[in-house]
Design a protein around this ligand. Structure first.
Ligand code: ARG
Length: 473
């Protein structure tokens, strides 16, 4: 579970801030609200507790705190976790963020042991740790949802290894392809997306704790132990870097932006195909809505929103890049602004993948309309040119001969295969009576018989290979 947010914070004017000792006047309510992050960072509460427990176990092992302190901290944290899960923990605006809220509750429950927890660490390395733990879970969830999307895509493709449709360039009919082949293009895009998330995860999965505020700590800590406890692959090597950079969050969001870009392109196609002008597919009603004024309308709202939400993710990516670019080392409060874009990017991608996997099962293919569209655009013209080339004509001459044949067919209002053998011979003496074999859609498809080609036999084999490449967390 990524989300552990509970109640909204309340403003408890009575309490003193964890750092207020140095100050002569309290912050105004506006400043308090402006600087607080507990409204949104309390969804990292479970990660914060996991990180604190690992830190406390290390402190006890290293004899920096006592065994009884550790026992008290573990008992208190177990209770806090329960309170959070039951939605009972009171989030308090005066305590700024998730870290101070949990620490204050711990101290209320167990006394001095709670006050010892923050020995040898800072909120700077604490927050960086929490985000990385949170993001690691989010990445695992996203990769497994990409796998669900891919499974459903392959199931649909499998039913359409022979379903002919026009392939387009410039949105003009270009050459016949199979619908299965077209869908496999999206499979490949999402394979790369899953790779990008998995690759980003390697750099997310490093432990910042131990960096403390920025320079490390004077206590005899054991960072490797904490890393192992939390399942991190290694520790961040430089303390200044550990607390200040959010490049891992930017990488993640950029992987989100590319994934959404792919789904947005697919959405654009679903929208076009569903328009009666194409009529290639119908989309199950549960992904569409009607119009309040036009009773006949069935609008593809879900794919339209996927296209729209892609803009929102691109915005988050630019926000995070901009957030980082001017910051001097090490930690600056600017970094608190990393969370909302990051959380929203993950939430949006997770919802989009869930909905998309289901939507694919709701696509009804109108194969007759796909085939009819093929006969309107001279889709086998390249096949005729290739036929002439194989009989010895240079490709440029073949191109010219076929262009003239297309003009003649267009003038007659017919397709190339409807011209007579004599007419076709008029464009090149190399035309023989076997020419109609290449002018048919089936001939054109079958001819592209190599890895990555659209021949039905190749598409079926590609689907078999793809099954073993489905993303797994
Ligand atoms: N809420 C802060 C954040 O999200 C935690 C770190 C605060 N550190 C500090 N020195 N004020 O970044």
């Amino acid at each position: 579970m990524v989300d552990s947010s509970a109640q909204q914070p309340t403003d408890n004017n009575g309490s003193t801030k964890a750092w207020s000792g140095r100050f002569s006047e309290p912050v105004s309510d506006l400043v308090k609200r402006y600087t607080a992050s507990v409204f949104f960072d309390n969804r990292m509460a479970e990660q914060d507790i996991r990180g604190s427990l690992a830190h406390a176990r290390m402190l006890a092992r290293q004899k920096i705190i006592g065994a009884q302190d550790l026992a008290d901290i573990e008992r208190g944290m177990a209770q806090i976790l329960e309170e959070i899960r039951r939605g009972e923990l009171q989030w308090n605006l005066d305590d700024e963020d998730v870290h101070l809220n949990i620490e204050r509750r711990l101290t209320a429950l167990v006394g001095d042991a709670g006050k010892r927890l923050h020995t040898g660490r800072s909120r700077n390395d604490q927050v960086a740790t929490d985000i990385r733990l949170w993001l690691r879970d989010a990445i695992d969830q996203i990769v497994s949802l990409i796998g669900d999307f891919q499974t459903n895509l392959l199931n649909l493709a499998e039913q359409h290894t022979r379903t002919a449709m026009p392939g387009f360039t410039h949105l003009q009919v270009a050459q016949p392809v199979t619908f299965g082949h077209h869908l496999l293009a999206y499979f490949e895009m999402t394979v790369r997306d899953a790779e990008r998330f998995a690759d980003a995860r390697r750099r997310v999965n490093r432990l910042p704790l131990g960096a403390a505020a920025l320079a490390g700590t004077s206590y005899p800590i054991d960072r490797e132990f904490v890393a192992r406890e939390l399942g991190f692959e290694a520790v961040c090597e430089n303390s200044l870097d550990a607390v200040s950079d959010r490049d891992f969050a930017i990488e993640f969001t950029s992987a989100c932006a590319l994934l959404m870009t792919h789904l947005s392109r697919m959405s654009e196609e679903l929208i076009l195909w569903m328009s009666p002008r194409f009529g290639f597919i119908d989309l199950a009603d549960r992904f569409c809505t009607g119009s309040s004024i036009m009773p006949q309308k069935k609008n593809p709202d879900v794919p339209e929103l996927v296209r729209g939400k892609t803009g929102r993710i691109n915005g988050h990516l630019v926000a995070l890049l901009t957030l980082m670019k001017g910051q001097p080392l090490a930690y600056n409060k600017d970094n608190q602004e990393d969370k909302e874009p990051l959380f929203d990017a993950a939430d949006t991608v997770i919802d989009t993948l869930r909905i998309y996997a289901d939507m694919i099962t709701g696509i009804r293919v109108k194969a007759d309309n796909m085939r009819a569209a093929l006969t309107q655009g001279f889709a086998t013209a390249t096949d005729l040119a290739d036929y002439l080339v194989k009989r010895g004509l240079p490709f440029r001459d073949a191109h010219e001969a076929v262009a003239l044949a297309v003009r003649a067919a267009e003038a007659r209002g017919c397709d190339l295969h409807e011209l007579s053998l004599d007419e076709l011979k008029g464009f090149s003496a190399l035309v023989g009576d076997d020419v109609f074999g290449v002018l048919t859609v089936e001939g054109s498809l079958a001819a592209r018989n190599h890895i990555g080609g659209t021949a039905p036999e190749q598409v079926a084999a590609a689907i078999v290979r793809a099954r073993s490449r489905i993303a797994k967390a």
